[in-house]
Design a protein around this ligand. Structure first.
Ligand SMILES: O=C(O)CCC(=O)C(=O)O
Ligand SMILES: [Fe+2]
Length: 297
């Protein structure tokens, strides 16, 4: 069989010229190159544009995108919160460095009591959920880790981000509510052990989490020095658009199908961030976390 194929390849059939073979091979070659560049795997997109570099401090950088159809349908229900504009923002001056450092210490001291066996761990101060090997435990049941000051800083920073979103999207702050899940994340290059470790998949927050209308991310470590890989990537039609995490950097965007995104795999080091989510639906609102009183945990 193999011999047959070889002989067919080396002796052109009558009527097929070498020129034709070269032309066909060229077509195959062009097709392979095109497949590499325009392949369906979004994460392989060759064209990548940096929206925010970790080396630059941005007071504000924004980009407006077209809102999807279902956004306009939902506007009827939440007209004060869905103001007709969809887009993304990066701001480096909303959260102070000392506040970001304080939040990093909260994340580290909480995660000391657990941590995933794979590459992604979370800590949720609202529910107490903490990654532990391949599952989750309630940190409030096992340790008395946090102080009132920790909760005060957390709330102050959340309020600043809430105001920045309300102002940027031109809404009354009362129309926008904190929702769940809102959580610290720690990512590294460890091999995934469960689906919860697979943070690198393209997703849409409104579909993944249900209640989100506005997603915000506060970065607690620096791309390039604390870790490599791990950039945030918007999967736009024309190109992938990256945000490089930077200590204290706030990035926020409307959470619908206009913003598919993923986090690149971390190659080395440790990446810390907080996902703080907001909804327009008062029924999906959550309150600020409070320090569990003695005997309550
Ligand atoms: O940490 C990030 O940069 C993004 C995380 C994310 O996409 C999410 O929590 O839904
Ligand atoms: Fe997300």
């Amino acid at each position: 069989m193999i011999g047959c194929l070889f002989s067919r390849a080396s002796v052109p059939a009558p009527g097929i010229s070498y020129r034709r073979i070269v032309a066909r091979l060229s077509l195959v070659f062009i097709f392979l190159i095109a497949a590499k560049f325009f392949g369906s795997e979004e994460t392989d997109k060759a064209k990548s544009v940096t929206f925010a570099k970790s080396s630059e401090s941005l007071r504000q950088k924004s980009h407006e995108v077209q809102c999807p159809l279902d956004y306009h349908t939902e506007r009827v229900t939440f007209p004060k919160c869905l103001t007709g504009r969809c887009g993304r923002y990066v701001m480096d001056e909303v959260v102070r460095q000392d506040e970001a450092q304080h939040l990093l210490r909260i994340a580290q001291s909480g995660l000391k009591h657990g941590g995933s066996s794979g590459g992604a761990s979370i800590l949720d101060l609202h529910s107490g959920a903490l990654s532990f090997e391949t599952k989750f435990i309630n940190i409030y049941k096992i340790a008395d880790v946090f102080t009132q000051e920790d909760f005060d800083v957390y709330k102050r920073v959340k309020n600043k981000i809430h105001s920045a979103i309300a102002t940027s999207f031109n809404m009354q702050p009362e129309a926008l509510y904190l929702t769940k899940p809102t959580f610290f994340s720690r990512m590294n290059s460890r091999e995934a052990k469960t689906v919860h470790d697979e943070y690198w998949h393209v997703h849409i927050d409104k579909e993944t989490y249900g209640s989100f209308h506005y997603t915000s991310l506060l970065y607690l470590s620096n791309y390039g020095s604390d870790f490599s890989g791990g950039r945030f990537v918007f999967v736009d039609r024309a190109a992938n658009v990256t945000v490089e995490p930077r200590m204290g950097r706030v990035s926020f965007f409307t959470s619908g199908s206009e913003h598919p995104h993923f986090v690149e795999r971390v190659e080395s080091g440790t990446r810390y961030a907080i996902t703080i989510s907001f909804t327009c639906d008062p029924n999906k609102a959550i309150s600020d976390p409070i320090l569990p009183s003695e005997g309550q945990s």
